[in-house]
Design a protein around this ligand. Structure first.
Ligand code: AMP
Ligand code: MG
Length: 323
């Protein structure tokens, strides 16, 4: 007989936590601080400039088409007589910034995505989260993979020596292993053949014992697609038992390709006028990058059942607290 799926406890707001729950919260908070410092140190050491985020823009990530997207509502407000949207991701800003004044950049970027309330119990979705979003001009997918592997290995190695007490009280001291580079790379087509088109993400996460890259995933217009072979030069990073923690890609920079993909996807062209114009003028530069979901990464390190546990003010789909 199959085990009944475990019901996930929905993270509570701070004022409702017992004293032992507050201790656990504080412990995860220390892992969060350590993680943010470790990752930002690595990126700064590697020559990336640290940009501050924006919250409102005319243009933001269409989040379409993406097989993983489940957005209930898009937030649009008028300011100064113009419509702006809350940041879904800073991908468009990264393309423009890395093509101009900031060839290598990263941002701790708050993303607002009003996920369907049915996702409350996936444990992996919150409606406000933070990405360490980064981009590097002229970089290849391999460059990005090498950098992320280095950042992750440094993080786990240092956590295991400097955060021993916290990891022990979270019961992660022994089970958290320092990953070995290079991480394995799988093609999404092979995974679909093995686990099915719907179940490959869960199947892969359950099977792996080390982080694994998955490449060639059809999605938004800005990820690079080879029109001759149909292959996408993009990648997701999967963590054991946990699943996707990063999505990234080599990017499109040629006007004709970007335009035809926007039209193919039926995305509103007028929302991407700047990217299209820059590309037309030859001012959009080739780049590659990615975004690490911070709550998911810390959630994996801490071994939480719901990533809202990594937030001081949990943003669980369907639940709005006073803070
Ligand atoms: P995406 O480009 O949509 O794949 O988002 C980049 C990364 O952000 C993902 O790999 C996740 O780690 C994280 N992420 C995306 N959506 C959510 C969400 N609803 N809640 C928490 N983290 C998310
Ligand atoms: Mg993704």
């Amino acid at each position: 007989m199959k085990d009944k799926p475990e019901t996930i406890q929905i993270p509570k707001p701070l004022e409702q936590l017992s004293s032992s729950e507050l201790e656990r919260k504080a412990c995860i908070g220390k892992i969060m601080t350590f993680t943010l410092k470790s990752l930002s140190d690595t990126y700064v050491k590697e020559g990336f400039q640290w940009l501050l985020p924006v919250a409102l823009s005319q243009s933001t990530d269409p989040l379409w088409p993406d097989p993983g997207a489940s957005i209930e509502k898009r937030i649009e407000v008028d300011i100064y007589g113009k419509p702006v949207r809350t940041t879904a991701s800073m991908i468009i800003h990264k393309l423009i910034a890395s093509s101009t004044a900031y060839p290598k950049l990263f941002i701790l970027s708050p993303n607002i995505r009003i996920e369907k309330a049915a996702r409350a119990e996936t444990g992996k979705h919150i409606y406000e989260f933070t990405q360490l979003d980064f981009e590097a001009r002229d970089a290849t997918s391999k460059d990005v993979m090498d950098l992320v592997e280095k950042a992750l290995i440094t993080l786990v190695k240092d956590l295991k020596t400097e955060m021993k007490g916290e990891l022990t009280s979270l019961c992660r001291c022994d089970s958290l292993k320092v990953p070995k580079a290079p991480f394995k790379v799988c093609d999404r087509v092979e995974l679909e053949a093995k686990y099915g088109a719907e179940g490959w993400e869960a199947g892969l996460a359950q099977e792996i014992e080390e982080p694994v890259w998955v490449t060639n995933i059809p999605r938004e217009f800005y990820d690079f697609e080879d029109f001759k072979t149909g292959r996408w030069d993009n990648y997701d990073l999967f963590l054991p038992q946990f699943g996707e923690v990063l999505s990234g890609a080599k990017r499109e920079w040629e006007y004709g390709k970007i335009l035809s993909k926007i039209e193919r996807d039926k995305v509103k062209k007028e929302n991407y006028a700047l990217v299209l114009n820059m590309a037309k003028e030859g001012r959009l530069k080739p780049s590659a990058g990615g975004g690490i979901g911070i709550e998911r990464l810390v959630g994996w390190v801490a071994g939480v059942k719901h990533i809202g546990e990594c937030q001081p003010f949990p943003r669980v789909p369907g639940i709005v607290n006073e803070l």
